[in-house]
Write a protein that binds this ligand. Structure first.
Ligand SMILES: NC(=O)c1ccc[n+]([C@@H]2O[C@H](COP(=O)([O-])OP(=O)(O)OC[C@H]3O[C@@H](n4cnc5c(N)ncnc54)[C@H](OP(=O)(O)O)[C@@H]3O)[C@@H](O)[C@H]2O)c1
Length: 410
C-alpha cells in the first residue's frame, strides 16, 4: 500500500520512522509492504531531523491528491485550515484519512464521518485523544455492548505536569509554567493547555462517540487553572486531597453535561497518582462498569504509535464499514449533573471586607469548615450545586476580591 504523510514535525517524524525506517515490530515482518510515497511540508528546504529523499518531499497537496497509487493519507500538520479542506478532498478522491488533529475532529466529526461513509473510505482519529492510549478503539468496542454514561479523564500533559510539580515541589504556578515552557512541554502561549481548550476538544470527541450526538468544544463548560496557588497546594495536602484538571461528562436519558475544571480528588484515588505528562481516561458502561486507560498522552512515539495503529486497522479491515452514528438529539444540561462539597480560597484585599465575604459564604453554606490566615479565608462548604458556587465566585470577584475554588469529587 502506498500512502502519503502530511507534516514532518513531531508526529510526522515518528510515523515516518515506524513505516519507512521500519522502527518497531510490525513493518519489519509485515505481509503487505506499506510505504510512504510522498511527504507534504510547508518548506522543502528546511533542515530536518530525518533524511527524507528530495523526490519524496512536496509542498503541493494536489500532487498527492492526484496520485492514484496513494490510498491513504495521514494528517499530521495541525491547525484548522488547510487540514479540514484537504481531508474532505482526500475522502472525495476515495482515499482513507487518518488524523491526529483534535481541533478538526472535534469541530467537524459529524461531517467527516458522513463523508467517509458516502465515499466508502475510512476516517480514523485514534491519535487525536490521549496520544498513545488506545481510547477511541476501546470506546468503540465497549459501545458494541454497553451504554456509556460517564467519561472522566486527565487529558492534558502540560497542565498535569504543572499541577504535579506544584504539589510535589511546593512551587508557584508561574515558576512551574516557565519551567514547562523551557522544557518545550508548554507553548509560549499556554492558553490551550491551562484554560481548558485542548482538554475540552478531546472530551468533545470522546463524549460525541460515547453518547451518539455531536458535542463540540463550545458545548463544554471550562474553567482554567491559572488561579491555583502554592498556599492551595499546602492546604490540599493537609486535607488529604490532590488537585487534578479533570474532563468530565455524564449522560442521563436524553441529556448530557460536560465540564473541564480543576477538582479535588482523595489522595487514594487512582487518578490522583497520575502525574506529570501521563494521561488517564475512565469510561463507565452499564454492563462492564468502570474501565480505566492509562499511558503517555502525547509525544512523538506515543502519538505515532496510535497513528500507525489506525493504518493497520485500514489494512486489516478492508471493505469494513464503521458503525458510528451521531444522530441522537440530546439536550445540553450544562452543570446540572455537578454538585459536591467545594474548597475555596478567598484573598481579601482589606480588613473591612472580611465580614462581607464571610456573610456571602454563610448565605450559601451554613455548615462549613473555615480557616482564616493573614488575608486569606479557606473554606470547605457543605454539598452545593455548581451553579450556586459559580454565582458566589462571580459576586466575590465583583467585590474586588479574588478566589480559587474546586469541587471535591468524593
Ligand atoms: N506533538 C504531539 O505530541 C501531538 C500529540 C497528539 C496529537 N498531535 C497533533 O498532531 C498534529 C501535528 O502535530 P506536531 O506536534 O507534529 O506539529 P509540528 O511539529 O508543528 O509539525 C507540523 C508539520 O506540518 C507541516 N505543515 C504545517 N502546516 C502546513 C501546511 N499548510 N502545508 C504543508 N505542511 C504544513 C510543517 O511543515 P514544515 O516542517 O515545513 O514547517 C511541519 O512539518 C497536530 O494536529 C497536533 O494537534 C500532536
Amino acid at each position: 500500500m502506498k500512502i502519503a504523510l502530511l507534516g514532518m514535525g513531531t508526529v510526522g517524524t515518528g510515523v515516518y520512522e515506524i513505516i519507512n525506517e521500519e522502527k518497531g515490530n510490525y513493518f519489519a515482518n509485515a505481509q503487505e509492504k506499506v510505504n510512504i510515497k510522498k511527504v507534504l511540508v510547508r518548506d522543502k528546504k528546511k533542515k530536518r531531523k530525518l533524511d527524507v529523499p528530495d523526490d519524496m518531499l512536496t509542498d503541493s497537496f494536489d500532487e498527492i491528491l492526484n496520485d492514484e497509487e496513494i490510498e491513504t493519507i495521514i494528517f499530521a500538520m495541525g491547525g484548522m485550515e488547510p487540514e479540514y479542506t484537504y481531508m474532505k478532498e482526500a475522502m472525495k478522491s476515495k482515499k482513507h484519512v487518518i488524523t491526529a488533529n483534535k481541533a478538526v475532529v472535534s469541530e467537524y466529526l459529524d461531517t467527516l464521518l458522513n463523508l467517509a461513509e458516502q465515499n466508502d473510505v475510512m476516517f480514523l482519529f485514534e491519535a487525536s485523544v490521549g496520544g498513545g492510549i488506545p481510547i477511541i478503539t476501546s470506546l468503540k468496542e465497549t459501545l458494541k455492548i454497553n451504554r456509556i454514561d460517564e467519561i472522566k479523564g486527565i487529558l492534558n500533559g502540560t497542565s498535569n505536569f504543572i499541577l504535579s510539580k506544584m504539589s510535589s515541589e511546593g512551587r508557584d504556578f508561574s515558576q512551574v509554567l516557565k519551567e514547562a515552557q523551557d522544557l518545550g512541554f508548554a507553548e509560549a502561549d499556554p492558553s490551550a493547555d491551562i484554560d481548558g481548550f485542548d482538554v475540552s476538544r478531546k472530551l468533545a470527541i470522546l463524549s460525541s462517540l460515547a453518547f451518539g450526538c455531536h458535542i463540540k468544544d463550545e458545548d463544554i463548560y471550562k474553567r482554567g487553572i491559572r488561579e491555583v496557588s502554592k498556599s492551595d497546594m499546602e492546604m490540599f495536602d493537609n486535607l488529604g486531597y490532590v488537585l487534578k484538571y479533570l474532563a468530565h461528562s455524564k449522560m442521563e436519558s436524553d441529556n448530557y453535561c460536560a465540564t473541564v475544571e480543576p477538582v479535588l480528588l482523595s489522595s487514594k484515588n487512582i487518578m490522583s497518582n497520575v502525574n506529570e505528562e501521563f494521561n488517564i481516561v475512565s469510561i463507565h458502561g452499564n454492563i462492564i462498569g468502570e474501565l480505566q486507560f492509562y499511558g503517555k498522552g502525547a509525544g512523538k512515539n506515543a502519538t505515532a504509535n496510535a497513528v500507525v495503529g489506525d493504518l493497520l486497522y485500514i489494512i486489516n479491515n478492508e471493505n469494513k464499514k464503521e458503525d458510528i452514528s451521531l444522530d441522537r438529539i440530546m439536550e445540553n444540561r450544562k452543570l446540572d449533573a455537578f454538585k459536591g462539597k467545594y474548597y475555596m480560597r478567598i484573598d481579601i484585599k482589606n480588613h473591612e471586607e472580611f465580614k462581607n465575604i464571610i456573610d456571602m459564604v454563610d448565605e450559601i453554606s451554613k455548615v462549613k469548615k473555615m480557616m482564616v490566615e493573614k488575608s486569606q479565608i479557606f473554606v470547605v462548604t457543605e454539598e452545593l450545586s455548581a451553579y450556586t458556587v459559580n454565582d458566589l465566585a462571580q459576586k466575590i470577584n465583583e467585590s474586588g476580591n479574588s478566589l480559587f475554588y474546586a469541587r471535591i469529587v468524593e
